[in-house]
Design a protein around this ligand. Sequence first.
Ligand code: MG
Length: 456
Amino acid sequence: MLATGSSAGILGLLESSCAGAPKTAPDAPSSTAPPSIAGTAAPAMPNYAKGSAPITITNVKAIATAPEAANLVVVKVETSEPGLYGLGCATFSQHAKAVVTVVDDYLNDFCRGKNVDNIEDMWQSIYVSSYWRGGPVEGNALSGVDQALWDIKGKRANMPVYQLLGGKCRFAVDLYAHASSLSLEGLADQVHDCMGQGYRHVRIQQGPYGSAVKPSKAQPDWFLNGFGKPTDSFVDPHTYLKKVPKMFEYVRGKCGEDIELIHDMHEIVEPRDAISMIKQLEPYNPFFIEDPLSPENMKWFKQLRAATTVPIAMGELFNNVNEYRDAMVEQWFDYIRCHISQIGGITPAMKVARLGEFFNIKSAWHGPDDDSPVGHAAQAHVDLAIWNFGIQEMVRWGPKTEAVFPGAPTIKKGFLFVNEAPGLGVDIDEKEAAKYPIGTKSNWTVRQNDGTIRRP
Ligand code: MG
């Protein structure tokens, strides 16, 4: 009894002697009126000082939809506050149903009953909840919850999420568009078209996956000998290496110096060949060359940096912040290209961005069509709030996607704008989403002539 009483007494003493300490437990609702001094009327407490009552998670579910080519997965976090929910992108398009299972069968139970406000604690606890961490399935599921909690926090604060991240550093998000054609003439036409729409940055590719083609257009020996599948893609690294400098020369000559040109190498050639080719691009002044080396070849970045000043972007295949921490500290690239839903959401993206600020590395988040409008909104809020924003990849979506996701960010003159609604600003129409069931085909297979798999 003495011990208990003493503890209570000491705790009471500590509370009363700690200036500014809350009178109530952090999760308890604040009093609606300040303490009054005897004989005087207590002034009305302003709304901003009242705080907000704790809200808990009541349900977490995945919504899968494929209004266009890509499988999209969005996590919906529902709360004890009627009508209040958050959305987050959990799109791992290639294995979407695996993410749905993690969200519905594991994270729903894990998250229910927890406080919606404690985003960092939720992130850290989900991150280790399966003991083994990392990987696209767990990373995307985690990202969905993380982004949804930021969405909820914004709605609770009555502010767009970029405000919670520090406010705007720029009025909108500068984008790069995609141009791709097997013919150089067609490619230059597309670049001109993008310039006409106001884009200042365009990624130029000759065919999908850098230069890969399906066997019907080129008959590689693996295909003629019945190896692999007809749906596999074919790339000839030797041809690719010769084509890219010519592509830059042609497009630069046709489209002029006012457009910034980007090219994605998709890591498909040997490191020494990648270095040699990038050096040849110096006269054409690329904005950056994307993904020159596979994650298995990270140490080659040191030689690449010593060989050329062409700016380098890297990172969309990384799973875990620890994979690129050392590379960023060593300043082996100029732009960090995380897929924000892959690495776990807004919370780790802000850490990566802050790390980059110390090492002159700018953001260039991965933003193709296998990123839902919720995910594009999430990265746009980060883009607006960080000082070291570089550029944002963006692929336009069609009317079906816009019908599923009301409030999706909009593009004007090559800039992305988020709306000013509280949270991420994007909703989902679940009835519309249900019209477009996701598929299960997954074939990210690229072979060289003898059938050997090329690693992205
Ligand atoms: Mg890429």
